[in-house]
Write a protein that binds this ligand. Sequence first.
Ligand SMILES: [Cu+2]
Length: 373
Amino acid sequence: MNRRKKKSEVIGRRQFLKASALTGGVAAVSAALGTDLNPTANLTKSKISDHDNNTHGGFGAVGQVDYARNGFDPSELLYDWDYGEVSELDNGQTLREYTFVAVDKEIEIAPGVFFPAWTYNGRVPGPTIRCVEGDRIKIEFINAGSHPHTIHFHGIHPASMDGLPGFYAGSIAPGESTVYEFDAFPFGCHLYHCHSVPLKRHIHKGLYGAFIVDPDPDKYSGEEKQIAKTRNHNYRENENVNEMMMIMNGFDTNFDGDNEIYAVNSIAFAYSADNAPIRIRKSQRQRIYLINVTEFDPINSLHLHANFFNYYDHGTTLQPTLRTIDTVMQCQAQRGILEFSFADFEPGMYMFHAHQSEFAELGWMAFFDVVEG
Ligand SMILES: [Cu+2]
């Protein structure tokens, strides 16, 4: 109810786009209102007033995000598994140690559109933790930001390691630190995020990341053992699979409780045909670890063009939970694994995007560049 009231007091994104379309462009609307209200001008301009001149159907942004300034490149985030500092405990268990530092950082999320993010280790999303079920995970968390934060993991662990404000270590104040330590269970495609309040602000500001737990083939037999090997980064069978991490996120750049920019791995249109489509080889099986952290919208989705995939809800099973689908939806924090192949396809550009068309037009649109080999 509050939200509706609030939205009627401002020109929201939807009304703005409608107005833009009716009056012939962003400039006209901004001029009429006497202010440059729209922080996504670069996107809407290319989409609405210049669509006839765009080479790929009007999807895309004008200009280029400065990845060097951001300190992270979305094409590298796809494959940037962080195995931690690895050692072995006396009981034979693998120990993986990480250091996470919360820092405030302005990031560019579309050409010329900046967002005052809160980050883990200066990047959004934070590091992609990659481990094996049963590993001991130890994370030293240092808060160098301006607000109290935590790290809450989606996984199995004691209450004392749950990263909740008001319990045990609780919210970690600026300048303070704590250690989160637990065994990685269950195997699957999980996530972590800050759990400080107001929760939606802390998550949406950028404090989240992927937590991928590989199955241990020694715990399974027969066909399932073989499948587990393809999922486990220590096994040769895993090398035949092209694995990618994709976090679907959104950014409320004018703080009206509604997203102006949507993306996979934070940068609008990062993998568009004109920008950096994801090059994949026909001979490799494809696997996406897909996580939705989008705030303010109840669901997000991924639709793959011209192909179908199998889906493993939460990644916690070795057999698909959905077979032969081309669209999957996820509520916030829901995640899963997609598997597909372009083996019998002709090479070319294959689109994938949110099937909420508005999300696609505001940044969540991408391409696979399928090549021989
Ligand atoms: Cu926080």
